[in-house]
Structure formats: structure tokens, C-alpha cells
Design a protein around this ligand. Structure first.
Ligand code: GCO
Ligand code: MG
Length: 405
């Protein structure tokens, strides 16, 4: 009898932070898993999957990945959006996992084989002030990283995006029933940022890649000024300089600076990426397996980017689970126009709940040779960590005006 989908479970667990995982079971006894985590909106995706997607999967052939993708994306009438696309991304990832396991091959082999021997990743160096941040960059270089992102506390501001609570883990979501509020000042930030990068290059030189995330905070002309002022420190990329709803903004930024631009971690469809790619308004596209509709759509985004020499730089923060990381690494090992992969280490509790085949060695991640994407979930252990409400913070200017976090 043909292999069919017999069941699908939605598992919500909080081993240090919340994750939503979809596990698809088949009549052959093979299962696949996909990440469906949407930071601060976890239960919305869990419901979307349980109430509206899982019933439609039962009885289908798990090998019909493209048809199932279209059934869920086009067939639903209501298209796109982060909740929908995270749910579709999870189904798609689980189905690729199943197909590769049935083939007895690591997923990258099904995509076209490897294009490189390892996946260059960047780590997150951060500190409460300039000195701490510069030291943190050194710690990453000692661990073998070839690329480091630097984010620092800013004099005069209490807490800012990117400054960690732990040494190797940065977790932006804060536990609690409602989001925490933080203060932001663009003036203070713009004065401080060039000093940070000057100090990093002065101490460690230019023999590694340096990255920075503006986290959507600037206006187009402010971002242009920052990009220009950072040129002497040769950034690998400046990320999310402005909120991408106004994609024309990137044109203005590029007219003023040669600092490379990365954007797209909150994009969830190829349509969000289309103009930016075709107008060559960025250098790296940050769309990720979980939020951009799985491997099936991500590879189409990458193919469009490749026409313009734009490279991939998949989002890989802690809220993208090890399942997403495993799938991303197979994608990265294959994708011809690979740039870099973000790698924020997960906590030991998270790593235990999600046993995985990927390994870190000297600045590179390797997806491993296990059939599928090489990541599983320990359901018994996951059940010991029930969901805890947690949200990304909200930002306000010093006069109380709501700002982009
Ligand atoms: C990054 C991101 C994250 C996001 C987080 C939101 O570049 O890693 O900006 O830190 O804020 O993933 O859920
Ligand atoms: Mg970012």
C-alpha cells in the first residue's frame, strides 16, 4: 500500500524558551518534524496547525511536497502572513525530512548535493558597554568563529536590542504576560556605533567578518549616515537598517554607502523579497526555513537572488528551533549563492529536547550525514517543559513615542 500521512502532532514546549514543533507520522512508520515557532505568537501557529492544517494532511501522500505546499498556500484563499507561513514551513520541513529519510539520504543530497565543505556561521558578541562587547568579540574569535556580530549597550540607555542575559545565548523574548517596554534613542546610538566598530578593528584587525543589526530602528537618511560612517571598518553586513515595509528606503541608503545590506528575517513570502532582489537593494537575503514557508519556497527565493549575485544569510536566532537550524544547514550546504548562516547557540535544555546531527567545528557548522535533516524531538522530555508566556519587547523613544523594536 502507498505511504500515507496517518497523523500529525503539534508539540509546544519551553526548554528555556517556547518552541512549536510539528511531527508528521506516516503509514510506513517514518516520521518527519518541522519547526513552527513564531516568537511571542506561538499558540496562534499551534492552533492554525491543529485546527486548520492537520485535518487536511491525513491520508495524503507525504511525497507530494509541492502539491501539499500549494494546497496550503494557494488553496487556503487567505495567503501569506507570518502565522500561515510558519505553519506551512513546518509541514514542508517535516515532509522533506520524511522524503530524505525514505531515500536514506541526508537532505542536502536531495536538493542537489553539497556546494561547499561546511557552513560558515556568525556568532553574537555583545556586552553592556563598549569594553565588554570588544572582549566578547575576542571570545568568539578564540572559539574559531570566522564571523562575529557585535551589539552593545549604549551609554544613557538601560537596555537595548542585542545585549544578552547569558554569555553564549542571547534571548530577546522576556517571560511575562505582556511585553516589556524599552527606551530607544537614535541620537545616542548613532554617536556610539562607529566608536564600537573602530575599537573592535583596532584590537583585532581585519582578518574576520564583522556584522551588525540595526533592528529596523533608523529612518532611511539615518541609516545612510550610519552605513557611511561604518565604511572604514568594512562590515560584512549591516542588517535591517530600516523597517522593510518601505522598500524604496533601501535605494536611498545604497545611493550613499557601500556598506553591504542584509534584510528579510521577517519576510514570509517570495513576494516580500521580489522587489528588493530585482532592484538589487540588498546584498544578503535573510529569509529563513521556518518563516518563509519551508525549503520549497526558500529555494525559489534563493534562485531569484542568485540572478543578481545576492547571497543567502538565513536568520538563526534562538527562537528558530534546532529543527529549523538542521534544515537550514542542509539548505546552506547546497545553495549555490550561500553567504553566511546566523548561529545563536541554544541552551543545553533546548539541545537535549532536540537531539541533532549538526556539529560546530572551527567557525563552521556541518549538518551531518544522518538521513533526513538530522534533528528529532524527545517528546517525553519536551512534555516536562510546559508553555510559558513570553514576548519580544516593545520600544519607545525617550518622550514616550512608540518606536520600532
Ligand atoms: C537576529 C534577529 C533576532 C530577532 C528575533 C525575533 O538578527 O537574530 O534580529 O534577534 O529579534 O529572532 O524573534
Ligand atoms: Mg536581525
Amino acid at each position: 500500500m502507498a505511504n500515507t500521512i496517518t497523523d500529525a502532532k503539534v508539540i509546544v514546549t519551553c526548554p528555556g524558551r517556547n518552541f512549536v514543533t510539528l511531527k508528521i507520522l506516516t503509514s510506513d512508520g517514518v516520521h518527519g518534524i518541522g519547526d513552527a515557532t513564531l516568537n511571542g505568537r506561538e499558540l496562534a501557529v499551534a492552533s492554525y496547525l491543529k485546527d486548520h492544517v492537520v485535518p487536511c494532511l491525513i491520508g495524503r501522500d507525504p511525497h507530494d511536497i509541492e502539491d501539499i505546499w500549494n494546497y496550503l498556500a494557494k488553496g487556503a484563499y487567505w495567503r501569506r502572513g507570518p502565522v500561515t507561513m510558519a505553519a506551512i514551513g513546518a509541514v514542508d520541513t517535516a515532509l522533506w525530512d520524511i522524503k530524505a529519510k525514505v531515500a536514506g539520504l541526508p537532505l542536502y543530497q536531495l536538493l542537489g548535493g553539497k556546494s561547499r565543505s561546511g557552513v560558515m556561521v556568525y556568532g553574537h558578541a555583545n556586552g553592556n558597554d563598549l569594553e565588554e562587547t570588544v572582549d566578547a568579540v575576542g571570545q568568539y574569535l578564540e572559539l574559531g568563529y570566522k564571523a562575529v556580530r557585535a551589539q552593545s549597550g549604549i551609554p544613557g540607555l538601560d537596555s537595548v536590542y542585542g545585549v544578552a542575559r547569558g554569555k553564549l545565548f542571547y534571548e530577546p523574548a522576556v517571560k511575562g504576560a505582556v511585553p516589556e517596554e524599552q527606551l530607544w534613542s537614535t541620537e545616542k546610538y548613532l554617536d556610539f556605533a562607529p566608536k564600537l566598530f573602530e575599537a573592535v578593528r583596532e584590537r583585532y584587525g581585519f582578518g574576520f567578518h564583522l556584522l551588525h543589526d540595526c533592528h529596523h530602528r533608523l529612518t532611511p537618511i539615518e541609516a545612510a549616515r550610519l552605513g557611511k560612517s561604518l565604511e572604514p571598518y568594512r562590515l560584512f553586513w549591516l542588517e535591517d537598517p530600516t523597517p522593510a515595509e518601505n522598500q524604496e528606503a533601501l535605494k536611498l541608503i545604497r545611493e550613499h554607502t557601500v556598506t553591504p545590506i542584509a534584510i528579510g528575517e521577517i519576510f514570509n513570502s517570495i513576494h516580500d523579497c521580489r522587489d528588493i532582489l530585482q532592484n538589487q537593494h540588498c546584498d544578503y537575503i535573510r529569509a529563513a526555513v521556518v518563516h518563509a514557508g519551508g525549503i520549497t519556497q526558500l529555494r525559489k527565493i534563493a534562485a531569484l537572488a542568485e540572478l543578481y549575485q545576492i547571497r543567502t544569510g538565513c536568520h538563526g536566532a534562538t527562537d528558530l528551533s534546532p529543527v529549523c537550524m538542521g534544515a537550514a544547514l542542509h539548505f546552506d550546504l547546497w545553495v549555490p549563492n550561500f553567504g553566511i548562516q546566523e548561529y545563536m547557540r541554544h541552551s543545553p535544555e533546548t539541545d537535549e529536547v532536540f537531539p541533532h546531527a549538526y556539529t560546530f567545528d572551527d567557525g563552521y557548522l556541518h549538518p551531518g550525514e544522518a538521513p533526513g535533516h538530522g534533528v528529532d524531538i524527545d517528546e517525553a522530555l519536551a512534555a516536562k517543559f510546559p508553555y510559558e508566556p513570553a514576548y519580544l519587547p516593545v520600544a519607545r523613544l525617550e518622550d514616550g513615542t512608540l518606536w520600532n523594536w
